[in-house]
Design a protein around this ligand. Structure first.
Ligand code: BG6
Length: 485
């Protein structure tokens, strides 16, 4: 088998994810000449009857998703030539014979990308095994992988009986984002910050992923999931792990970073049922105004059950029980229909121990680092400086690093990076089973408490920063959610 080339088998080939993320990312990789010229994309779906029908769908749905600046006709034609198609019903084992026959005519490593609902993960893996397609292969699983610890274990057990852990690529697309990768460079490439990156000098850390979008067309799916499972169990806890982990000895193996992240996830202070009302806030968006437009309440979105208690906002106080972080609160927050779209990490340093400059220099937040991941990547280091003029008045100023200014040119999208990693067999940016289960284990008491407490999520107006309780939780610690002007 020629390992230098590949066949990328895309299950859910006409689905939303294929259309919005996967095929555009494969086009970019093709255009950037980052994949082997003989590599094939074999789309698999029920909806399109044949290859011409599928290509028509790609023209109509995928082409508009490629940013104009990155599109050109020649590359697009070349990209379409890579595509083959098999019509297949993933619930029908017999249909997989067709897939096997087609695959036998192609060489290279097989990548099976399951861009389908999680209920199809196990049936597809079993059908692949039945056709002995699980060797020389990699399998990519999209989130959500399960609904809680037990269901994620069941999927992992079933998939794990067919594929080895080294063949399994669990996607968390946040790990493919350039600024998230850059966190490693910031933390482990600069001796400047490392001595301060600990409880002695850090007062608290905030991690926010805020969206302005609502549930869009995914009401049906989202209503069964909610923000805790959709964003906290994966993206937010992964960011937290990278921010808090110990320095890995190298970045050259699949496991050096994953081992360190796992240690953090296992050190998260477990929550008891009685803690949860104090350290977890959940909200649901009501109607409101976002970017000048009136938007409806979550409860009236298409696909949402009447009287739904699904949360669209979560704020949490998390603690890490180890020497580096004991006693330092990590405040996490995410929500839909919030005031802004942003993803950022705010490290609040402790004030100086004694101020010769008056009480101004002792105020909280005089020194903070704001690492913005979205919508534009930047790092601002806030410090105090003397106001010009007579006397000694200090004022907050910042050192500003704007990555778009510094690194001109196209940035690689998360999906492009991750798909290239799968094709080239690099596992480091994918979530290992033990990490995933540690995250579920920590989140589960919150799921249970919310399901049984009889309390509803707090309503918040769309276009705001969520329920007031999220701010009150920080106020108890003498702090507030930082907002950049
Ligand atoms: C996905 C969630 O994983 O992440 C979505 O399922 C969310 O609900 C999305 O909108 C946010 O990703 P990004 O890259 O736009 O911040």
């Amino acid at each position: 088998r020629d390992e230098s080339t590949f066949t990328f088998v895309l299950f859910g080939g006409t689905g939303d994810l294929a259309m919005r993320k996967i095929l555009p990312a494969l086009y970019q990789a093709h255009r950037d000449k980052l994949i082997d010229a003989s590599g094939r994309i074999l789309a698999v779906a029920r909806a399109a009857p044949d290859l011409p029908g599928y290509l028509e769908w790609v023209e109509e749905n995928v082409k508009p998703k490629v940013p104009k600046a990155e599109f050109n006709d020649d590359d697009w034609r070349g990209f379409l030539e890579r595509i083959a198609y098999v019509q297949l019903d993933a619930t029908q084992q017999a249909d997989f014979v067709k897939l096997k026959d087609t695959l036998e005519t192609y060489g290279g490593t097989r990548v099976f990308y399951l861009a389908t609902g999680p209920s199809l993960f196990v049936p597809i893996c079993e059908a692949l095994a039945e056709q002995q397609l699980n060797t020389h292969a990699r399998i990519v699983l999209e989130k959500p992988l399960g609904y809680d610890l037990e269901s994620s274990k069941a999927i992992n057990d079933a998939v794990g009986a067919i594929f080895q852990e080294e063949q399994i690529y669990r996607i968390d697309h946040y790990l493919g984002k350039e600024p998230v990768q850059n966190l490693l460079a910031l933390r482990f490439g600069n001796a400047l910050f490392e001595p301060l990156w600990r409880r002695e000098w850090v007062e608290s850390i905030q991690i926010t992923i805020a969206e302005q979008l609502g549930v869009e067309a995914r009401g049906d799916f989202y209503d069964q999931v909610g923000a805790l499972r959709d964003m906290v169990q994966n993206h937010l806890l992964q960011l937290l792990a990278i921010v808090a982990m110990e320095p890995p000895h190298a970045l050259d193996s699949s496991d050096s970073v994953r081992d360190e992240k796992l240690r953090v996830l296992r050190a998260l202070k477990p929550l008891s049922a009685s803690d949860i009302s104090k350290v977890a806030v959940r909200g649901q968006y009501a109607s409101g105004v976002v970017r000048g437009e009136s938007v409806p309440a979550y409860a009236t979105e298409k696909g949402v059950k009447e009287g739904s208690e699904t949360e669209t906002f979560v704020a949490l106080k998390v603690e890490i029980e180890n020497w580096r972080w004991a006693g330092v609160p990590f405040f996490l927050r995410t929500g839909k229909r919030l005031a802004e779209r942003t993803a950022e990490i705010v490290v609040n340093f402790r004030p100086v121990p004694h101020s010769a400059l008056g009480p101004g220099a002792l105020r909280a937040g005089a020194n903070r680092m704001v690492i913005r991941l979205q919508p534009h990547e930047s790092i601002r280091l806030y410090c105090l400086a003397k106001q010009p003029g007579e006397g000694m008045q200090v004022q907050s100023v910042y050192l500003d690093l704007d990555f778009d200014q510094f690194f001109k040119g196209n940035r690689m999208e998360a999906y492009e990076r991750l798909l290239l990693d799968v094709i080239h067999g690099r596992l480091a940016l994918f979530v290992r089973r033990d990490e995933q289960e540690a995250a579920w284990r920590w989140v589960e008491p919150i799921i249970d408490e919310w399901a049984t407490s009889g309390k509803k999520p707090k309503a918040y107006a769309s276009g705001t920063w969520g329920p007031a309780a999220a701010s009150a939780m920080l106020a108890q610690h003498g702090t507030y959610w930082f907002e950049e002007e």
